[in-house]
Unconditional design. Structure first.
Lengths: 294, 303
């Protein structure tokens, strides 16, 4: 493998890693606010993409609107997940919540299989005919570049909400100290629900981006994305949004590099090794807090 | 009749898988590595009976010891972390094991055909039962002898001092540590025992299906492993068995007449069950009720 392929595969991986970063942000935010794992999150994002696909079959949409519809679909599904798996299960039974989200993951997957007869569905890509040539050998796929910038914008909006609005202050307050936040008059239930809607919006967008860059939507996508998203969350440090972004790009580049080097069957093994390396040498992730809560 | 024997075998194997996660969950650790240990047990036992020509029982035990040892080795680094980190770490371990078998080739010629694990195509022709003329009824009995042995052992552990230690770690690590319990030792032991039990389950599974491949041992199987004890409740080993009967007997086989809708109902019923009974089908109050009914506990005592 020469230098050209090396740089090319890492560039492509970095660009696709933007979607992992978004999924990682979703996992990490829900964990930060509720200290619980939502295993149905990747399914939520794929469900959002499917909602936009379903709307697209009914009435033709411009490709950019599909992304917006996917985000809204993801938000709605995210709220439903909150209702089914978090709202009514007592805080003292974390295992029940965990298993509930697994049930939700299976349910969402099966609804998709039921509605599409298990067939993968084509998903519109944006700018897939654009190809930027750099120099003699290098090139950047237009659709991946678009996805990358879209996720940058989405992350910027999210950070604005978190750090510049009242909703964001409330969310961060609940994440830091639920009891103190409640004493200040912040409703924990509403904050939790809004977190699920916001992460759902983000997830739907990520799902649409994955669909657009892969070219098809399939319920088989949910499990690998769940695994990658969780790995990104852990590598980035639990509850850390900048960590999730960097870890997402890192995992994307790493996996694409090893796919080029060792082939697709061994690719994920190296991602696992990366995770193990982090767990051994830096268990708190890239941006670990000094005081860690489990 | 063969159908029911087959169903009994499936329920038995999944009970063993669930019990392997049960003992780890008792210490408060959520593990998604059980599918990996199941896979190790399945491949090792399969290779011993098919390639080395061993009898089934010793190869099962060797497979169980190997996966127990692996669990012990993985347990030391993995159990330093907890919560979500442990879930992800164990899941990654399970996936790494699956991918290992996905890329693992070791074939030898036996008679005219090549046998042995072959990467993505899987490990075919683990034909120990048919070659030795076991009927499905005999296989089912064999499976359930193992289930009974493991359940009895876990029941006994639960009632002994060791069970109290496990539960103490699961309820409150800080309190357990301050009465002098070595947390790491307890967790790693539970993890190793869980790996041992999963190895037995995997060994039986390999000989039951006669054809194993890496995709059988994915994250879904791992989540099923922890789903049984959580759904059944962690107060008693019987809860796990009940949950397996509920999922494999009722949801998977019993609702087959619903066709495609069965799969939809499957996830929904798990969500519903967790909302209605967050501490499992058999929780502390149900146990208390049962004991009173059979006159095992005096009125007013607290389970």
């Amino acid at each position: 493998m020469d230098l050209v392929d090396f740089v090319q595969s890492i560039t492509d991986g970095l660009l696709f890693g933007a979607t992992y970063a978004l999924i990682g942000i979703g996992f990490t935010m829900i964990f930060g606010v509720m200290h619980k794992i939502n295993l149905a999150y990747a399914a939520t994002s794929i469900a959002g993409a499917y909602v936009s696909w379903a709307v697209g079959t009914l009435l033709p949409l411009p490709a950019l609107v599909t992304f917006v519809v996917a985000a809204i679909g993801g938000g709605i599904v995210g709220y439903l997940v909150y209702l089914c798996c978090f709202k009514f299960i007592p805080v003292t039974s974390p295992l029940a919540t965990l298993l509930g989200t697994v049930g939700m993951l299976i349910l969402i997957d099966e609804i998709i299989v039921h509605e599409t007869n298990g067939m993968p569905q084509p998903y519109p890509a944006l700018f897939d005919d654009v190809y930027f040539e750099i120099g003699e050998f290098y090139g950047i796929r237009g659709d991946l570049l678009f996805i990358f910038f879209l996720s940058l914008i989405a992350t910027a909006i999210l950070l604005y909400i978190l750090y510049r609005t009242k909703l964001g202050i409330a969310t961060r307050a609940v994440a830091q100290q639920p009891v103190a936040a409640q004493l200040c008059g912040i409703s924990i239930e509403r904050t939790n629900a809004s977190t699920f809607v916001i992460t759902g919006l983000l997830g739907g967008l990520a799902g649409a981006m994955i669909g657009a860059s892969v070219g098809v939507l399939s319920p088989l996508l949910t499990l690998p994305i769940t695994i990658k998203g969780l790995i990104v969350t852990v590598i980035g440090g639990l509850g850390s949004i900048p960590g999730a972004i960097i870890a997402g790009l890192l995992v994307g580049a790493f996996e694409n590099f090893f796919q080029a080097l060792r082939g697709v069957t061994e690719r994920d093994m190296y991602v696992m090794l990366l995770l193990f390396a982090f767990l051994t040498f830096r268990p708190g992730g890239i941006f670990s807090k000094t005081t860690s809560r489990d | 009749m063969d159908f029911y024997y087959g169903l009994l075998q499936i329920i038995g194997m999944h009970t063993i898988l669930g019990l392997s996660a049960y003992i780890v969950l008792l210490t408060g650790q959520v593990t998604l590595a059980q599918a990996g240990f199941f896979a190790i047990g399945a491949y090792i036992a399969g290779m011993l009976t098919v390639l080395a020509g061993w009898h089934l029982v010793p190869s099962m035990l060797v497979a169980a010891v190997v996966s127990g040892t692996v669990a012990c080795l993985v347990g030391f680094p993995a159990l330093r972390i907890k919560g979500l980190m442990l879930v992800v770490a164990t899941m990654a371990f399970g996936e790494a094991v699956r991918l290992f078998w996905f890329n693992f080739d070791y074939q030898r010629s036996k008679g005219e055909a090549l046998v042995g694990p072959l990467g993505g195509e899987g490990f075919k022709q683990i034909r120990y039962f048919p070659e030795n003329g076991w009927t499905t009824g005999e296989v089912a009995t064999f499976v359930w002898i193992w289930v009974a042995l493991i359940m009895a052992a876990l029941w006994w552990i639960d009632r002994s001092r060791a069970g109290a230690v496990l539960r103490a770690v699961g309820e409150d690590e800080l309190a357990a540590q301050s009465v002098g319990i070595n947390l790491t030792a307890v967790k790693v032991t539970a993890f190793a025992v869980g790996g041992f039990i999963a190895g037995i389950g995997g060994a039986i599974y390999a000989h039951y299906t006669t054809h194993i491949e890496h995709s059988n041992f994915g994250v879904i199987l791992a989540t099923f492993a922890i789903a049984y004890p959580i759904l059944g409740g962690l107060t008693n080993v019987v809860g796990t068995l009940l949950a397996v009967i509920f999922i494999q007997g009722f949801l998977v086989e019993g609702l087959r007449f619903l066709g495609d809708w069965r799969n939809l109902l499957f996830g929904a019923l798990i969500v519903l069950a967790m909302n209605v009974r967050p501490r499992g089908l058999i929780d502390e109050r149900a146990m208390l009720f049962l004991r009173r009914m059979f006159g095992l506990a005096k009125r007013g005592t607290n389970a």
